[in-house]
Design a protein around this ligand. Structure first.
Ligand code: RB5
Length: 146
């Protein structure tokens, strides 16, 4: 299950993403927002993040204007590794090396075609483990010292 969330800035792109994932028969849980009315992205980021940390959803996708606010908010939740990606190389490497569990996209930064490529790359790329697992475990140490 993939957790989805956006604010008003990401709403239009999210509709394209939902249609794309539906076409690929990928199960999703949509945490809103559900219109282009202005809303506060940290609220949505928290809902998506908690669903990922709890294990209800394996990965999450957050969209706002830049992807930055969503990623900052998501990364405040222990256990979340959110990465803003505007290219497929970053999307691949953040799964391989960082075991990113949330992809953040900027709807005002990239177009829908690239966004879908980035999403496909993110969802299809496994974590490499090995030396990277040690580094990921160090994130928990950082969280413990917050
Ligand atoms: C909303 O205008 C905008 O600030 C938001 O979508 C996002 O880009 C924040 O990082």
């Amino acid at each position: 299950m993939i957790a989805l969330g956006c604010d008003h800035g990401g709403y239009a792109l999210m509709q394209t993403v939902i249609a794309h994932l539906k076409e690929k028969n990928i199960d999703c849980k949509n945490f809103g927002t559900y219109s282009e009315d202005s809303c506060d992205y940290p609220v949505i980021a928290e809902s998506v993040s908690r669903s990922v940390v709890s294990g209800e959803c394996a990965l999450g996708i957050l969209i706002c204007g830049t992807g930055i606010g969503m990623s900052i908010a998501a990364n405040k939740i222990n256990g979340i590794r959110a990465a803003v990606c505007s290219d497929t190389y970053s999307a691949e490497m953040t799964r391989r090396h960082n075991d990113a569990n949330i992809l953040a996209l900027g709807a005002r930064v990239i177009g829908p075609g690239l966004a879908l490529r980035i999403i496909d790359t993110f969802l299809d790329t496994p974590f490499e483990g090995g030396r990277h697992a040690r580094r990921i475990s160090m994130f928990a140490d950082l969280e413990a010292r917050r």
